[in-house]
Design a protein around this ligand. Structure first.
Ligand SMILES: Cc1ncc(COP(=O)(O)O)c(C=O)c1O
Length: 347
């Protein structure tokens, strides 16, 4: 149960590496990856490209860097990218689209992460460069963090892909948790990634690796991405030490995600029965649950503090919402403890 006695539901990023990962890291054959001769990094990049059905992949230190590089390669300075308004790229990545890419992010309203195609169409700009930045790309998020781990269906991804192709623009996926999406849909992850030009996914979230993400796309795209990674200070030397854990993550940690989803569902169902908590368990599709506190007796900061006293950690998600995430280091007893703690706090 938990780690050092704490049931930590703040994020799936808190997962510790597995025994196999630690052993693989210890035994990893390494070289200088900036000079292109770390065999373990190469093995991870080849495996990752294969898994998501792309020509090539790049190992990057974080999801934020992966998304930033993708935007920098795909969106010329002074152009714009269409985004979902609650997306991680738009809200939680230090404004990198403006700060580093020099492009205009255009946030659009959605239904649980899915922006209607007509909205994309209505916000596509070409031909009036003197006034409006021209549209160079579209980026979506699957699963969607803000919308409680919501899954974007492959049929929707396909429609966006058709739109992007018709307009001749780049389609990037922030797939930090794209393996959770594939697990929830019961499909190979390529059924999702085949619709996009580039995809970033994280090894260090539900897949439990200690560090690292992958950016995948065409050979030419990744060649340019490698250059931008170096420019951003993301060229890592004996990175095989951490890539080794990433290989274990891809080989061994995908199948178990279904357990995290079942626990999230169980937690959401139990919480939906507690007075003062608002959540629709049928909307919980993956490992993230977001609920609203609707009590005039307790606010989010006090709620989190009361939870912490009961050795359960969660994250505030705005003025009235709380996020809890299930992962490898959360078992049935942790879920039980969380349900009991929340029952106790809200009674
Ligand atoms: C949807 C999504 N995209 C991107 C990221 C960024 O990943 P990192 O924390 O590795 O920079 C996160 C991290 O929480 C995320 O939830």
């Amino acid at each position: 149960m938990g780690y050092k006695g704490i049931s930590d539901f703040r994020s799936d990023t808190v997962t510790r590496p597995t025994e196999r990962m630690r052993r693989a890291m210890y035994e990893a054959e390494v070289g200088d990856d900036v000079l292109g001769d770390d065999p373990t990094v190469k093995e991870l990049e080849e495996l990752a490209a294969l898994k998501v059905g792309k020509e090539a992949a790049l190992f990057v230190p974080s999801g934020t860097m992966g998304n930033t590089i993708a935007m920098k390669v795909a969106i010329p300075q002074g152009w714009e990218v269409l985004l979902e308004e609650k997306s991680h790229i738009y809200n939680f990545e230090c404004g990198n689209i403006s700060r580093i890419v020099g492009a205009l992010p255009r946030p659009l309203k959605s239904s649980r992460g899915m922006v209607p195609i007509e909205e994309f169409d209505a916000n596509f700009h070409r031909g009036d460069r003197a006034h409006v930045p021209e549209t160079a790309g579209v980026a979506l998020e699957n699963t969607h963090n803000y919308w409680g781990g919501a899954v974007l269906e492959p049929s929707y991804m396909e429609k966006v892909s058709v739109f992007a192709k018709k307009k001749g623009i780049h389609f990037h996926l922030d797939g930090a948790r794209v393996f959770n999406a594939a697990t929830a849909l019961g499909v190979d992850v390529r059924e999702i990634t085949k619709h996009v030009d580039s995809v970033m996914f994280c090894l260090s979230k539900g897949l439990s690796a200690p560090i690292g993400s992958i950016l995948a796309g065409t050979g030419d795209f990744i060649k340019e991405a490698r250059l931008i990674r170096k420019a951003l200070g993301g060229g890592m030397r004996q990175a095989g030490v951490i890539a080794a854990a990433g290989i274990v993550a891809l080989e061994e940690m995908v199948e178990r995600l279904v357990e995290d989803h079942a626990r999230a569902k169980r937690l959401a169902t139990a919480l939906s029965e507690i007075r003062g908590i608002e959540i629709n368990p049928s909307e919980v599709q993956t490992n993230i649950i977001v609920f609203r506190l609707v009590s005039d007796k307790i606010g989010v900061p006090e709620f989190l503090e009361e939870l912490r006293k009961r050795e359960v950690l969660a994250l505030g998600f705005g003025p009235s919402r709380v996020r809890m995430v299930t992962h490898k280091d959360i078992d049935d007893k942790d879920v039980e403890r969380a349900i009991n703690a929340i029952n106790d706090i809200m009674k």
